[in-house]
Design a protein around this ligand. Sequence first.
Ligand code: FES
Length: 184
Amino acid sequence: ASETSLNADIEDGVRRRDFINIAAVSFAGVGAATVVLPLVNQMNPSADVLALSSTEIDISAIQPGQAIKTSWRKQPVFVRNLVPAEIEAAKKVPLSDLRDPQTIDERTKPGKENWLITLGVCTHLGCVPLGAAEGEPRGDFGGYFCPCHGSHYDTAARIRKGPAPKNLEVPPYDFTSDTVVTIG
Ligand code: FES
């Protein structure tokens, strides 16, 4: 390289370094508060934050055969009161027929297998399946039907047909009483 272009390179390098230094200083000043603090909060959630993230649902009005749509952490959640025939239908399916093999017992609580609680988020691309509201189609297997690309879930919300790879997810939950479920 000629001497002139070498000098130009050096000057360029100095300017670049100055820019990087200025950027680093403004990040430290302004960025630290806005970026680092939320991260720390996320890593150490206080008891208050955890309590806020759970949702209590009164299930006393959900009749056998009905489902409702509620939400938890901004995601839709389906709470369904299965009738005995729906539980039986789910029990009859051999696990070898299932894409994501799980028994209905693994997806419900002992002694409460009529309560099916799942996220209302299709495991294909995240649409909200139909079937929780009165009159909505429940698909070929009587559970939920995703209208986006035609995934059919059975009465244990297990994927049976269509592109979705997994069953509707069961969130963490517990029965606080016979009529209240706490999700989260
Ligand atoms: Fe449900 Fe594609 S998002 S089938």
